[in-house]
Design a protein around this ligand. Structure first.
Ligand code: ZN
Length: 481
Protein backbone atom coordinates (compact mmCIF):
# COMPACT_ATOMS: atom_id res chain seq x y z
CA UNK A 1 0.00 0.00 0.00
CA UNK A 2 2.77 2.40 1.03
CA UNK A 3 4.98 1.49 -1.93
CA UNK A 4 2.06 1.90 -4.26
CA UNK A 5 1.34 5.33 -2.87
CA UNK A 6 4.97 6.36 -3.20
CA UNK A 7 5.14 5.06 -6.75
CA UNK A 8 2.03 6.88 -7.80
CA UNK A 9 3.30 10.02 -6.10
CA UNK A 10 6.58 9.77 -7.97
CA UNK A 11 4.82 9.09 -11.23
CA UNK A 12 2.41 11.96 -10.80
CA UNK A 13 5.07 14.44 -9.81
CA UNK A 14 7.40 13.42 -12.64
CA UNK A 15 6.32 16.21 -14.99
CA UNK A 16 7.43 18.73 -12.36
CA UNK A 17 11.01 17.50 -12.57
CA UNK A 18 11.13 17.11 -16.35
CA UNK A 19 9.56 20.26 -17.68
CA UNK A 20 10.49 23.84 -17.10
CA UNK A 21 7.80 26.14 -15.70
CA UNK A 22 6.55 26.97 -19.17
CA UNK A 23 5.12 30.40 -19.70
CA UNK A 24 1.84 30.79 -21.57
CA UNK A 25 0.79 27.40 -22.95
CA UNK A 26 -1.67 25.44 -20.84
CA UNK A 27 0.49 23.52 -18.41
CA UNK A 28 -0.68 20.50 -16.49
CA UNK A 29 1.91 20.84 -13.74
CA UNK A 30 0.57 20.85 -10.23
CA UNK A 31 0.69 24.28 -8.65
CA UNK A 32 1.02 23.08 -5.09
CA UNK A 33 3.60 20.52 -3.92
CA UNK A 34 2.17 17.06 -3.26
CA UNK A 35 -1.09 17.88 -5.03
CA UNK A 36 -1.65 14.39 -6.41
CA UNK A 37 -1.02 12.71 -3.08
CA UNK A 38 -3.05 15.13 -0.98
CA UNK A 39 -5.97 15.47 -3.38
CA UNK A 40 -6.22 11.70 -3.50
CA UNK A 41 -6.17 11.55 0.31
CA UNK A 42 -9.02 14.07 0.40
CA UNK A 43 -11.04 12.13 -2.17
CA UNK A 44 -10.38 8.78 -0.44
CA UNK A 45 -11.38 10.13 2.96
CA UNK A 46 -14.62 11.65 1.67
CA UNK A 47 -15.59 8.55 -0.30
CA UNK A 48 -14.82 6.21 2.59
CA UNK A 49 -15.86 8.30 5.60
CA UNK A 50 -17.71 11.33 4.25
CA UNK A 51 -20.44 12.82 6.42
CA UNK A 52 -22.22 15.01 3.88
CA UNK A 53 -25.13 12.63 3.42
CA UNK A 54 -25.59 12.05 7.15
CA UNK A 55 -25.58 15.82 7.69
CA UNK A 56 -28.08 16.31 4.90
CA UNK A 57 -30.39 13.65 6.35
CA UNK A 58 -30.34 15.52 9.64
CA UNK A 59 -30.98 18.91 8.08
CA UNK A 60 -33.87 17.52 6.03
CA UNK A 61 -35.37 15.95 9.15
CA UNK A 62 -34.86 18.88 11.54
CA UNK A 63 -35.69 21.75 9.18
CA UNK A 64 -37.32 20.43 6.01
CA UNK A 65 -39.17 23.70 5.35
CA UNK A 66 -36.79 26.57 5.84
CA UNK A 67 -37.94 29.48 3.76
CA UNK A 68 -36.49 32.79 4.96
CA UNK A 69 -38.30 34.26 7.92
CA UNK A 70 -39.88 30.95 8.95
CA UNK A 71 -39.36 29.02 12.16
CA UNK A 72 -37.79 26.28 10.03
CA UNK A 73 -35.13 28.67 8.78
CA UNK A 74 -34.15 29.52 12.33
CA UNK A 75 -33.95 25.81 13.20
CA UNK A 76 -31.64 25.35 10.22
CA UNK A 77 -29.42 28.22 11.37
CA UNK A 78 -29.03 26.74 14.83
CA UNK A 79 -28.47 23.24 13.42
CA UNK A 80 -25.69 24.52 11.13
CA UNK A 81 -24.02 26.45 13.95
CA UNK A 82 -24.03 23.37 16.19
CA UNK A 83 -22.67 21.17 13.39
CA UNK A 84 -19.81 23.57 12.70
CA UNK A 85 -18.93 23.59 16.38
CA UNK A 86 -19.11 19.79 16.50
CA UNK A 87 -16.81 19.61 13.45
CA UNK A 88 -14.29 21.70 15.35
CA UNK A 89 -14.44 24.72 13.06
CA UNK A 90 -13.06 28.03 14.32
CA UNK A 91 -14.71 31.44 14.67
CA UNK A 92 -18.15 29.88 14.32
CA UNK A 93 -20.65 32.71 14.29
CA UNK A 94 -23.96 34.05 13.01
CA UNK A 95 -23.87 37.14 10.80
CA UNK A 96 -27.20 39.00 10.68
CA UNK A 97 -29.24 39.91 7.63
CA UNK A 98 -32.81 41.11 7.25
CA UNK A 99 -35.01 38.83 5.18
CA UNK A 100 -38.53 38.94 3.74
CA UNK A 101 -41.17 36.74 5.32
CA UNK A 102 -43.67 35.32 2.84
CA UNK A 103 -46.19 32.73 4.01
CA UNK A 104 -47.93 30.30 1.66
CA UNK A 105 -51.18 30.02 3.59
CA UNK A 106 -53.44 26.99 3.48
CA UNK A 107 -55.56 27.60 0.40
CA UNK A 108 -54.27 26.85 -3.08
CA UNK A 109 -56.91 25.89 -5.59
CA UNK A 110 -57.23 25.88 -9.34
CA UNK A 111 -60.54 24.42 -10.50
CA UNK A 112 -62.15 24.15 -13.94
CA UNK A 113 -65.48 25.91 -14.28
CA UNK A 114 -65.58 25.31 -18.05
CA UNK A 115 -65.76 23.32 -20.27
CA UNK A 116 -68.74 21.63 -18.62
CA UNK A 117 -67.14 18.20 -19.03
CA UNK A 118 -64.32 19.22 -16.68
CA UNK A 119 -66.22 21.50 -14.30
CA UNK A 120 -65.20 20.90 -10.70
CA UNK A 121 -61.95 19.13 -11.57
CA UNK A 122 -58.87 20.67 -10.03
CA UNK A 123 -55.30 21.04 -11.23
CA UNK A 124 -52.29 20.79 -8.89
CA UNK A 125 -51.00 24.28 -8.17
CA UNK A 126 -48.45 26.15 -6.05
CA UNK A 127 -48.45 29.85 -5.33
CA UNK A 128 -45.21 31.54 -6.35
CA UNK A 129 -43.15 33.01 -3.54
CA UNK A 130 -44.00 36.64 -3.03
CA UNK A 131 -47.45 36.42 -4.62
CA UNK A 132 -50.40 38.30 -3.22
CA UNK A 133 -53.60 36.43 -2.37
CA UNK A 134 -56.75 36.29 -4.44
CA UNK A 135 -60.01 37.60 -2.97
CA UNK A 136 -61.44 35.06 -0.51
CA UNK A 137 -63.99 33.83 -3.06
CA UNK A 138 -61.22 33.42 -5.66
CA UNK A 139 -60.86 34.74 -9.20
CA UNK A 140 -62.97 33.06 -11.86
CA UNK A 141 -62.29 33.86 -15.51
CA UNK A 142 -61.54 32.61 -18.99
CA UNK A 143 -57.94 31.57 -19.66
CA UNK A 144 -55.74 32.89 -22.46
CA UNK A 145 -52.52 31.05 -23.30
CA UNK A 146 -49.33 32.78 -24.43
CA UNK A 147 -45.73 31.62 -24.70
CA UNK A 148 -43.88 34.84 -24.12
CA UNK A 149 -44.41 38.47 -23.20
CA UNK A 150 -44.51 39.61 -26.84
CA UNK A 151 -47.46 37.31 -27.57
CA UNK A 152 -49.29 38.74 -24.57
CA UNK A 153 -48.66 42.27 -25.72
CA UNK A 154 -49.88 41.37 -29.21
CA UNK A 155 -53.23 40.34 -27.71
CA UNK A 156 -53.88 44.00 -26.92
CA UNK A 157 -57.16 44.11 -25.00
CA UNK A 158 -57.53 40.34 -25.47
CA UNK A 159 -56.22 39.45 -22.01
CA UNK A 160 -58.28 42.01 -20.14
CA UNK A 161 -60.24 40.50 -17.26
CA UNK A 162 -58.81 37.02 -17.95
CA UNK A 163 -56.31 34.61 -16.41
CA UNK A 164 -53.06 34.43 -18.38
CA UNK A 165 -51.30 31.09 -18.73
CA UNK A 166 -47.63 31.36 -19.71
CA UNK A 167 -46.76 28.01 -21.28
CA UNK A 168 -43.32 28.12 -22.90
CA UNK A 169 -41.43 24.89 -22.08
CA UNK A 170 -37.79 24.83 -21.05
CA UNK A 171 -35.90 24.16 -24.26
CA UNK A 172 -35.38 20.40 -24.53
CA UNK A 173 -32.59 20.67 -27.10
CA UNK A 174 -30.11 22.31 -24.71
CA UNK A 175 -27.80 19.66 -23.24
CA UNK A 176 -27.43 21.50 -19.93
CA UNK A 177 -30.71 22.23 -18.18
CA UNK A 178 -29.49 25.46 -16.58
CA UNK A 179 -29.51 27.57 -19.75
CA UNK A 180 -32.90 26.01 -20.54
CA UNK A 181 -34.15 27.20 -17.14
CA UNK A 182 -32.62 30.62 -17.72
CA UNK A 183 -34.39 30.84 -21.05
CA UNK A 184 -37.85 30.14 -19.62
CA UNK A 185 -37.92 31.48 -16.08
CA UNK A 186 -38.89 35.04 -17.07
CA UNK A 187 -42.48 33.73 -17.32
CA UNK A 188 -42.44 32.78 -13.65
CA UNK A 189 -40.54 35.80 -12.33
CA UNK A 190 -42.14 38.52 -14.44
CA UNK A 191 -45.43 36.95 -15.51
CA UNK A 192 -47.59 38.69 -12.91
CA UNK A 193 -46.31 42.12 -13.87
CA UNK A 194 -46.90 41.50 -17.56
CA UNK A 195 -50.34 40.01 -16.91
CA UNK A 196 -51.29 43.02 -14.82
CA UNK A 197 -50.03 45.39 -17.50
CA UNK A 198 -52.31 43.60 -19.99
CA UNK A 199 -55.28 44.04 -17.67
CA UNK A 200 -55.44 40.35 -16.69
CA UNK A 201 -56.54 39.18 -13.24
CA UNK A 202 -53.70 36.77 -12.47
CA UNK A 203 -50.67 34.97 -13.90
CA UNK A 204 -50.41 31.19 -14.06
CA UNK A 205 -47.08 29.89 -15.30
CA UNK A 206 -45.89 26.53 -16.50
CA UNK A 207 -43.65 24.74 -14.02
CA UNK A 208 -39.94 25.12 -14.71
CA UNK A 209 -39.09 21.46 -15.25
CA UNK A 210 -37.90 19.27 -18.08
CA UNK A 211 -40.27 16.53 -16.89
CA UNK A 212 -43.82 16.16 -18.16
CA UNK A 213 -45.71 15.32 -15.00
CA UNK A 214 -48.35 16.55 -12.56
CA UNK A 215 -45.99 18.08 -10.00
CA UNK A 216 -46.07 21.89 -9.74
CA UNK A 217 -42.83 23.67 -8.72
CA UNK A 218 -42.76 26.98 -6.92
CA UNK A 219 -40.09 29.71 -7.07
CA UNK A 220 -39.71 33.40 -6.69
CA UNK A 221 -41.61 36.07 -8.59
CA UNK A 222 -41.22 39.83 -8.63
CA UNK A 223 -43.49 42.86 -8.73
CA UNK A 224 -41.77 45.85 -10.34
CA UNK A 225 -44.05 48.35 -8.63
CA UNK A 226 -45.16 49.72 -12.01
CA UNK A 227 -48.43 47.74 -12.14
CA UNK A 228 -51.11 46.58 -9.73
CA UNK A 229 -50.08 43.38 -7.94
CA UNK A 230 -51.97 40.36 -9.24
CA UNK A 231 -51.64 36.78 -7.91
CA UNK A 232 -49.07 34.44 -9.43
CA UNK A 233 -49.01 30.64 -9.30
CA UNK A 234 -47.51 27.68 -11.15
CA UNK A 235 -49.26 24.67 -12.65
CA UNK A 236 -47.49 21.43 -13.55
CA UNK A 237 -46.15 20.90 -17.06
CA UNK A 238 -49.00 18.41 -17.75
CA UNK A 239 -51.57 20.83 -16.35
CA UNK A 240 -50.33 23.67 -18.53
CA UNK A 241 -50.30 21.45 -21.61
CA UNK A 242 -53.81 20.19 -20.86
CA UNK A 243 -55.19 23.73 -20.72
CA UNK A 244 -53.43 24.71 -23.93
CA UNK A 245 -54.63 21.57 -25.73
CA UNK A 246 -58.22 22.31 -24.75
CA UNK A 247 -57.98 25.87 -26.01
CA UNK A 248 -56.30 24.69 -29.21
CA UNK A 249 -59.23 22.30 -29.69
CA UNK A 250 -61.57 25.27 -29.63
CA UNK A 251 -62.85 24.97 -26.06
CA UNK A 252 -63.39 28.01 -23.91
CA UNK A 253 -61.52 27.19 -20.70
CA UNK A 254 -62.46 28.91 -17.45
CA UNK A 255 -60.74 28.37 -14.10
CA UNK A 256 -61.20 29.55 -10.55
CA UNK A 257 -57.99 30.43 -8.71
CA UNK A 258 -57.87 30.75 -4.92
CA UNK A 259 -54.77 31.64 -2.90
CA UNK A 260 -54.43 33.00 0.62
CA UNK A 261 -50.67 33.56 0.78
CA UNK A 262 -49.39 36.72 2.45
CA UNK A 263 -46.26 38.77 3.13
CA UNK A 264 -45.48 39.62 6.74
CA UNK A 265 -42.96 42.05 8.24
CA UNK A 266 -39.27 41.41 7.45
CA UNK A 267 -37.39 39.27 9.97
CA UNK A 268 -33.81 39.22 11.21
CA UNK A 269 -32.03 36.06 10.19
CA UNK A 270 -28.42 34.96 9.74
CA UNK A 271 -25.66 33.62 7.53
CA UNK A 272 -23.85 30.85 9.41
CA UNK A 273 -20.07 31.09 9.25
CA UNK A 274 -17.20 28.85 10.38
CA UNK A 275 -13.50 28.84 9.55
CA UNK A 276 -10.23 26.99 9.43
CA UNK A 277 -7.72 29.75 10.03
CA UNK A 278 -4.76 29.72 7.64
CA UNK A 279 -1.27 29.03 8.94
CA UNK A 280 0.70 31.48 6.77
CA UNK A 281 -1.79 33.97 5.35
CA UNK A 282 -4.63 34.01 7.89
CA UNK A 283 -6.01 37.30 6.51
CA UNK A 284 -6.43 35.84 3.03
CA UNK A 285 -9.81 34.16 2.73
CA UNK A 286 -11.39 31.55 0.51
CA UNK A 287 -15.16 31.37 0.83
CA UNK A 288 -16.91 28.08 0.18
CA UNK A 289 -20.65 28.01 0.58
CA UNK A 290 -24.21 27.19 -0.31
CA UNK A 291 -27.55 28.54 0.82
CA UNK A 292 -29.31 27.34 3.93
CA UNK A 293 -32.79 28.57 3.08
CA UNK A 294 -35.07 26.49 0.87
CA UNK A 295 -38.61 26.63 -0.46
CA UNK A 296 -41.39 25.58 1.86
CA UNK A 297 -42.27 22.43 -0.10
CA UNK A 298 -40.12 19.29 -0.18
CA UNK A 299 -36.97 19.36 1.96
CA UNK A 300 -34.60 21.48 -0.11
CA UNK A 301 -32.33 18.44 -0.29
CA UNK A 302 -30.70 19.25 -3.62
CA UNK A 303 -31.53 22.97 -3.43
CA UNK A 304 -29.48 23.68 -1.52
CA UNK A 305 -29.00 21.40 1.46
CA UNK A 306 -26.53 19.53 -0.73
CA UNK A 307 -24.37 22.60 -1.31
CA UNK A 308 -24.39 23.45 2.39
CA UNK A 309 -23.21 20.04 3.57
CA UNK A 310 -20.59 19.88 0.82
CA UNK A 311 -19.19 23.24 1.91
CA UNK A 312 -19.12 22.08 5.54
CA UNK A 313 -17.33 18.89 4.53
CA UNK A 314 -14.51 20.80 2.83
CA UNK A 315 -13.36 22.25 6.15
CA UNK A 316 -14.05 19.12 8.18
CA UNK A 317 -12.08 16.79 5.91
CA UNK A 318 -9.00 19.04 5.90
CA UNK A 319 -9.16 19.16 9.67
CA UNK A 320 -9.50 15.37 9.95
CA UNK A 321 -6.54 14.84 7.59
CA UNK A 322 -4.51 17.51 9.35
CA UNK A 323 -4.13 19.38 6.07
CA UNK A 324 -4.29 22.80 7.63
CA UNK A 325 -4.38 25.36 4.78
CA UNK A 326 -1.98 28.26 4.37
CA UNK A 327 -4.93 30.61 3.81
CA UNK A 328 -8.14 30.84 5.81
CA UNK A 329 -11.06 28.75 4.61
CA UNK A 330 -14.43 30.23 5.45
CA UNK A 331 -17.58 28.18 5.13
CA UNK A 332 -20.55 30.51 4.63
CA UNK A 333 -24.08 29.12 4.64
CA UNK A 334 -26.08 31.97 3.18
CA UNK A 335 -29.65 32.87 4.10
CA UNK A 336 -32.36 34.00 1.67
CA UNK A 337 -30.99 32.96 -1.73
CA UNK A 338 -34.44 31.87 -2.86
CA UNK A 339 -36.41 35.04 -2.40
CA UNK A 340 -34.19 38.06 -1.99
CA UNK A 341 -30.46 37.15 -1.66
CA UNK A 342 -30.28 39.28 1.49
CA UNK A 343 -27.60 36.98 2.95
CA UNK A 344 -25.29 37.28 -0.04
CA UNK A 345 -25.67 41.04 -0.17
CA UNK A 346 -25.14 41.41 3.59
CA UNK A 347 -22.00 39.27 3.45
CA UNK A 348 -20.46 41.44 0.75
CA UNK A 349 -21.45 44.67 2.48
CA UNK A 350 -20.26 43.59 5.93
CA UNK A 351 -16.93 42.30 4.61
CA UNK A 352 -16.16 45.12 2.16
CA UNK A 353 -13.04 45.92 4.14
CA UNK A 354 -11.53 42.49 3.43
CA UNK A 355 -12.72 41.93 -0.14
CA UNK A 356 -9.17 42.59 -1.38
CA UNK A 357 -8.09 39.60 0.72
CA UNK A 358 -10.84 37.34 -0.65
CA UNK A 359 -8.77 35.07 -2.88
CA UNK A 360 -11.76 33.14 -4.24
CA UNK A 361 -15.39 32.43 -3.47
CA UNK A 362 -16.99 29.13 -4.48
CA UNK A 363 -20.66 28.19 -4.33
CA UNK A 364 -22.33 24.82 -4.72
CA UNK A 365 -25.97 25.43 -5.67
CA UNK A 366 -26.70 23.18 -8.63
CA UNK A 367 -27.67 19.99 -6.80
CA UNK A 368 -25.87 17.07 -5.23
CA UNK A 369 -25.31 15.17 -8.47
CA UNK A 370 -22.20 13.58 -10.02
CA UNK A 371 -19.49 16.20 -10.47
CA UNK A 372 -18.69 17.43 -13.96
CA UNK A 373 -16.39 20.32 -13.11
CA UNK A 374 -16.33 23.98 -12.21
CA UNK A 375 -17.11 27.29 -13.84
CA UNK A 376 -14.80 30.18 -13.07
CA UNK A 377 -15.35 33.93 -13.43
CA UNK A 378 -11.88 35.44 -13.27
CA UNK A 379 -9.24 36.98 -15.51
CA UNK A 380 -7.23 34.99 -18.08
CA UNK A 381 -4.20 34.64 -15.87
CA UNK A 382 -6.23 33.27 -12.98
CA UNK A 383 -8.22 31.02 -15.29
CA UNK A 384 -5.04 29.36 -16.57
CA UNK A 385 -4.19 28.46 -12.96
CA UNK A 386 -7.78 27.40 -12.30
CA UNK A 387 -7.63 24.90 -15.20
CA UNK A 388 -4.47 23.40 -13.74
CA UNK A 389 -6.12 22.98 -10.35
CA UNK A 390 -9.21 21.31 -11.81
CA UNK A 391 -7.10 18.75 -13.71
CA UNK A 392 -6.13 16.65 -10.64
CA UNK A 393 -9.82 16.28 -9.71
CA UNK A 394 -10.70 14.18 -12.78
CA UNK A 395 -11.06 11.06 -10.66
CA UNK A 396 -14.23 12.50 -9.12
CA UNK A 397 -15.72 13.25 -12.55
CA UNK A 398 -14.98 16.96 -12.18
CA UNK A 399 -12.78 17.43 -15.24
CA UNK A 400 -14.49 20.42 -16.85
CA UNK A 401 -13.04 23.90 -16.29
CA UNK A 402 -15.50 26.24 -17.91
CA UNK A 403 -15.34 29.99 -18.29
CA UNK A 404 -18.01 31.82 -16.35
CA UNK A 405 -19.70 30.68 -13.20
CA UNK A 406 -20.39 31.52 -9.60
CA UNK A 407 -23.61 31.60 -7.62
CA UNK A 408 -26.36 33.96 -6.50
CA UNK A 409 -24.98 34.34 -2.99
CA UNK A 410 -21.38 35.02 -3.93
CA UNK A 411 -22.46 37.11 -6.94
CA UNK A 412 -22.24 40.47 -5.11
CA UNK A 413 -18.49 39.87 -4.62
CA UNK A 414 -18.01 40.24 -8.39
CA UNK A 415 -18.24 44.00 -7.81
CA UNK A 416 -15.08 43.66 -5.70
CA UNK A 417 -13.36 41.61 -8.43
CA UNK A 418 -13.22 38.47 -6.29
CA UNK A 419 -12.60 35.40 -8.50
CA UNK A 420 -15.86 33.42 -8.38
CA UNK A 421 -16.36 29.71 -8.95
CA UNK A 422 -19.50 27.62 -9.32
CA UNK A 423 -19.52 23.88 -8.81
CA UNK A 424 -20.98 22.08 -11.86
CA UNK A 425 -22.61 18.71 -11.28
CA UNK A 426 -24.56 16.78 -13.89
CA UNK A 427 -27.67 18.87 -14.59
CA UNK A 428 -30.11 16.35 -16.09
CA UNK A 429 -32.25 15.61 -13.02
CA UNK A 430 -31.95 18.91 -11.14
CA UNK A 431 -35.17 20.42 -12.49
CA UNK A 432 -37.08 17.18 -11.86
CA UNK A 433 -36.98 18.13 -8.17
CA UNK A 434 -36.17 21.85 -7.98
CA UNK A 435 -38.55 23.87 -5.74
CA UNK A 436 -41.04 21.02 -5.44
CA UNK A 437 -42.30 18.35 -3.03
CA UNK A 438 -39.96 15.82 -4.64
CA UNK A 439 -36.75 17.62 -3.57
CA UNK A 440 -36.24 15.29 -0.62
CA UNK A 441 -33.35 13.30 0.84
CA UNK A 442 -34.44 10.21 -1.09
CA UNK A 443 -33.66 12.06 -4.33
CA UNK A 444 -30.00 12.46 -3.31
CA UNK A 445 -27.45 9.72 -3.94
CA UNK A 446 -24.84 9.39 -1.20
CA UNK A 447 -21.90 8.69 -3.50
CA UNK A 448 -22.76 11.45 -5.95
CA UNK A 449 -23.05 13.92 -3.08
CA UNK A 450 -19.72 12.80 -1.60
CA UNK A 451 -17.93 12.91 -4.95
CA UNK A 452 -19.04 16.52 -5.22
CA UNK A 453 -17.72 17.34 -1.76
CA UNK A 454 -14.44 15.66 -2.70
CA UNK A 455 -14.07 17.64 -5.92
CA UNK A 456 -14.78 20.93 -4.15
CA UNK A 457 -12.42 20.11 -1.29
CA UNK A 458 -9.66 19.15 -3.74
CA UNK A 459 -9.95 22.45 -5.56
CA UNK A 460 -10.22 24.58 -2.44
CA UNK A 461 -7.22 22.88 -0.84
CA UNK A 462 -5.06 23.84 -3.83
CA UNK A 463 -6.25 27.45 -3.90
CA UNK A 464 -5.62 27.73 -0.18
CA UNK A 465 -2.03 26.58 -0.63
CA UNK A 466 -0.90 28.53 -3.71
CA UNK A 467 2.28 30.57 -3.30
CA UNK A 468 0.44 33.72 -4.38
CA UNK A 469 -3.28 34.55 -4.38
CA UNK A 470 -5.15 34.05 -7.65
CA UNK A 471 -4.44 37.08 -9.84
CA UNK A 472 -7.31 39.53 -10.12
CA UNK A 473 -7.88 42.58 -12.24
CA UNK A 474 -7.38 45.19 -9.56
CA UNK A 475 -3.94 43.73 -8.82
CA UNK A 476 -2.91 43.06 -12.39
CA UNK A 477 -0.57 45.65 -13.83
CA UNK A 478 -1.79 47.15 -17.14
CA UNK A 479 -0.50 45.34 -20.25
CA UNK A 480 3.00 46.43 -21.27
CA UNK A 481 4.34 47.00 -17.79
ZN1 ZN B 1 -30.51 27.10 -4.76
Amino acid sequence: MKAELLLSALFLSLPLACTSPAAGKASTEALVPDTAVQVNRIIDELLANGQAYAKLEELCMIAPHRLSGSAGAELAVEWARQKMLADGLENVRLEPCTVPHWVRGDTEELVFTAPASLAGQSLPLLALGGSVATPVEGLEAEVVVVHNFAELEALGEGAKGKLVLFNRPMQDTLASTFPAYGGAVDQRVGGADQASKAGALASISRTMSTLRDDNPHTGTMHYSGNYAQVPAAAVSTNGADQIEALIDAGESVRLRLKLNCRTEEPVQSFNVVGELVGTEFPDEVIVVGGHLDAWDVGQGAHDDGAGCVQAMEVLRVLKVLDLRPRRTLRCVLFMNEENGTAGGRAYHQDHLGEMQQHVMALESDSGGFTPRGFGGSMNDEAFALFERMVAPLARTGASLAKRGGGGSDIGPMAASKVPLVGFIPDSQRYFDYHHSVTDVIGAVNLRELHLGAAAIAGLVWQVANLDSPLPRDMNTPPAGE
